[in-house]
Write a protein that binds this ligand. Structure first.
Ligand code: DLL
Length: 435
């Protein structure tokens, strides 16, 4: 099976545009009628007639959801909301999202499309290690699997040794979890004497956190599987906003439900196709929690060309470079953790486990990269390790245009994650928080 809904997945660009505009008009009237927040936001705007009217609308942001906590952004009475999820941000307050019965239907549909796009087919057994609970990962994949009619094992995250036993005994063929957890599982497998390359896992559908092409290569090698990137966010629906096909050439956005734009994060100006900026999404069909021109904080590029691999016609976003909030400004230079990951994953002597520590010394920002060496390298002489450290420092400094210090650490000494990995420790923020 190549497509879940061929007609819509290969819709002509002009027809998609027409459908989107019709839905934009409808959702605009809907939120204006139902939600006080939007009534205030759009006080002086009567209706939307064109895409240019639409791109003049003000943006919405995560804080709008926090300010209307918990349910004031919902457009239906709570009795119509059949499921609630929430994500916890760095500030502690939950971002709460709700779904009507139809919303769950849309979520199941886009997730079923996503699974097929990733190469899942009848007879597959999905080992779903995304967390079940308030996090949208577990149930999102689950609904897609039910809709598609394939087997899903709702393992959730944690209990890694038991997970590996299940993969072996149940002969799971698809692994769904964060990229960092897939690496941790591979490592645990080896420690248990299981070769992850010899399991029945054929495809990994990995997302919920940024990961580079270098990381993909490592994961594919360790598991002997194809690793597919899946993107989404709770505020829009959860996983299933966009996904790669087996061509791994950008993530297909299901743009009949979620309209993507890319903007300059500083000026708010809409960028041309191919330019890098912040992804803004509009839900075209959501009922309980429609979001219009929502700033995701994620940095991507957008292309509208037909996918050369699968011929799907919907727009594609590039692999996510990172979140704007995760961008570090070190002595005035912008640094994304993904730039450092790209360098590290090319160096065979180190493992793909690292952490970035930012601190301030004598009023100057200091960037330290802690990276684990492989077991084999760990037994090398000190002199060789020092050489390796200098080589990595030089390579990262070259890419960032900034001097960094590298600390090689013992295998397995950096904390492993079963969900989203914490790559950055910014001691400057902690200092500020204490002041
Ligand atoms: O992480 C939904 C999800 C679950 C996506 C499972 C994929 C798989 P939130 O917890 O609300 O939802 O976090 C959303 O995570 O704005 C991105 O910053 C980041 N993110 C999600 N997917 C990717 C990805 C889920 N493939 C936030 N690459 C988003 C990079 C991602 N970052």
């Amino acid at each position: 099976m190549k497509y879940f809904q061929k007609d819509i997945e290969t819709i002509k660009e002009s027809e998609l545009k027409e459908l989107q505009l019709e839905r934009i008009k409808r959702i605009f009237n809907y939120v204006k009628e139902k939600i006080p927040f939007y009534q205030t936001l759009y006080k002086n705007i009567k209706r939307i007639n064109s895409f240019s009217d639409f791109t003049n609308l003000p943006f919405t942001v995560k804080n709008n959801l926090r300010d209307t906590y918990p349910f004031k952004m919902f457009s239906v009475p709570i009795s119509e909301v059949i499921e609630i999820h929430a994500s916890s941000g760095t500030t502690g307050k939950l971002t709460v999202v709700g779904y009507t019965k139809n919303d769950i239907g849309v979520w199941s549909e886009v997730m079923a499309r996503s699974l097929v796009c990733a190469g899942v087919k009848k007879g597959d057994i999905i080992h779903n290690s995304y967390g079940y609970g308030l996090f949208t990962g577990g149930l999102g994949v689950h609904y897609g699997a039910l809709k598609l009619g394939v087997t899903v094992i709702p393992v959730s995250a944690g209990g890694t040794q038991r997970q590996l036993m299940i993969i072996q005994d149940f002969k799971s063929t698809v692994l769904t979890c964060t990229p960092s957890y897939s690496l941790y599982m591979a490592e645990e497998a080896k420690a248990m004497g299981i070769d992850p390359r010899k399991t029945t896992i054929r495809v990994g559908i990995l997302g919920a956190e940024p990961w580079t092409e270098g990381m993909r290569k490592q994961i594919e090698k360790q598991w002997n599987m194809i690793a597919i990137d899946i993107y989404g966010l709770s505020e829009i629906i959860g996983p299933g906003v966009a996904i790669e096909c087996e061509g791994k050439d950008g993530l297909h956005v299901w743009a009949d439900h979620f309209l993507p734009e890319v903007i300059n994060p500083e000026t708010g100006e809409v960028l041309e196709e191919g330019e890098e900026g912040e992804l803004v999404l509009t839900t075209l069909t959501k009922e309980a929690l429609p979001m219009i021109r929502y700033r995701t904080g994620d940095i991507v590029k957008l292309t509208n060309s037909v996918c050369p691999h699968c011929k799907r016609t919907m727009p594609r976003i590039s692999k996510i470079k990172g979140r704007i909030d995760d961008m570090l400004i070190i002595r005035g230079i912008n640094v994304f953790p993904s730039q450092i990951e790209t360098v590290l994953t090319k160096i065979p002597e180190v493992a793909p486990h690292y952490q970035i520590v930012v601190s301030r010394e004598k009023h100057l920002d200091k960037l330290e990269v802690r990276v684990e060496v492989t077991e084999k390298t760990f037994s090398d002489e000190i002199k060789k390790l020092e050489e390796l450290q200098r080589k990595i420092e030089k390579e990262i400094s070259g890419v960032l245009g900034l001097s960094v210090s590298v600390k090689l650490v013992e295998p397995k000494s950096i904390e492993r994650s079963m969900g989203k990995a914490k790559r950055v420790i910014d001691l400057r923020k902690e200092l500020k928080g204490k002041a």
